[in-house]
Design a protein around this ligand. Structure first.
Ligand SMILES: [Zn+2]
Length: 113
């Protein structure tokens, strides 16, 4: 197993995995995590109980929005997929300012300043 992690001088972290079998396993794990993320987001997108009164619904919606934002940030700040194109196969680079992960191609085009 060969995995390299290095910190580049312009605030990036990159994870490189060269073994093709390990890359496939990593891809499968990333796919599972992505499916779980989508499932949870779908659950959070359901409308709150219609039997609640207006204030209770408003309160519940606020909680749901907060949970969605938290889940979204956790997902995109984990090395699962590229924040821009969603690629799960290739090595990812983390932007240490935003903490989001990018594939090499998207990272060259998109940077936080
Ligand atoms: Zn990408």
């Amino acid at each position: 197993m060969r995995q390299e992690s290095s910190k580049l001088k312009n605030k990036q972290k990159i994870r490189i995995l060269k073994n093709p079998r390990l890359r496939k396993i990593r891809y499968e794990l990333r796919t599972l995590l992505t499916l779980e993320y989508k499932k949870r987001m779908k659950e959070l997108n359901k409308n709150p109980d219609t039997s609640l009164n207006y204030d209770e619904r408003k309160k519940k919606l606020k909680i749901i929005l907060k949970d969605r934002e938290k889940l979204k940030l956790t997902f995109h700040r984990s090395p699962i997929s590229c924040w821009v194109c969603g690629d799960r196969m290739n090595d990812l680079i983390q932007d240490l300012d935003s903490l989001f992960w990018f594939c090499v191609n998207c990272h060259q085009d998109f940077r936080f300043y």
